[in-house]
Design a protein around this ligand. Sequence first.
Ligand SMILES: [Zn+2]
Ligand SMILES: [Zn+2]
Length: 367
Amino acid sequence: MASTRDYYDILGVPKSASQDEIKRAYRKQAVKVHPDKTGGDDTKFKELGNAYETLSDPQKRAAYDQFGADGPQGFPGGGAGGAGGFGGFDFNGAGFDFSDILNQFMGQQGGGRRQQQGGRDLEVGLTIEFSEAVFGTEKTITLDLDDVCTTCHGNGAKPGTKLKTCETCKGAGQVTRVQQTILGAIQQQSVCPTCNGRGEIPETPCEVCHGSGVKRRRRDIKVKIPAGIDNGATMRLSGEGATRKGAKGAKGDLYVQIRVKADRKFVREGNNILSEATIPMAQAALGIDIPVVTVDGEVTLKIPAGTQSGKVFKLSGRGVPSVHGHGRGDHLVRVTVETPSKLSGRQKELLEEFMNESGHKKGFFKR
Ligand SMILES: [Zn+2]
Ligand SMILES: [Zn+2]
């Protein structure tokens, strides 16, 4: 959740805090909010635990500093498409390669390797209309991507032939290189260049993909966009990303970052929609029904007699549906009362009469 409190704030330490300081702060706070204690707080205790778990691990802490609690899924983007005016479907052919970020996020432990063996995550931007964001829509994204070869199903072997153990790495998928440095010999593990980490290679390569298991293909991907989605939200389409050499047919995920076009009539604020209405002075004083254009179409708003400029009226349930599927926001109309800037002789007369009736004098201000 983007709205969760900052882990450093929870622990009450500065961003520059040492591991020792973090540990001490955690112990101190944990004693205070422990649910077994009077005045303890289960939620706070859990929150504290989460914060400590992340900040006490240098790798997780580095990822948190870079991406926040959500990890790279919450990555605010500027990925594919960027600011470019692609209109409609907004993407670049290959998509944005997320694997670098994921590798960084997951560090070297296991996760990094999994990423190399699994598919490739992609990110694309998708621009939709304001009303599409309000009511939901379905879009098709067309991508040129590295897809699984359908002839060999990604294993790279000609149909009917087998895979054999890779001789370079003896099936380990990794090779160890020893490098001499001023600090001594350093062992470095890297992905086997012969089998790309699989540990096995085809006896007879597939003729379609030449043994890579990968075929570049144009794919139409349907994206169901839920009602209520907001600008900047990222959807994750599991298994709709690309594959890569050595992935044995595994596919990554596709991240679709939603951009919502601005609307001329409406402004969105959370799940509420804001709009403006201007009404003449006399009608504000006497009361009037005005038509208001909402996302559901035109509705009538009753402006009661004596309405002041700046007053906000609520049209309940005429806002944006909750993206989680329960309830809708409201439509809020801010009224501006218009003072006439040109008066006919008769209007002037009437207003002066009105002024006298109110007990005010021309040229004097008195409440
Ligand atoms: Zn193939
Ligand atoms: Zn190998």
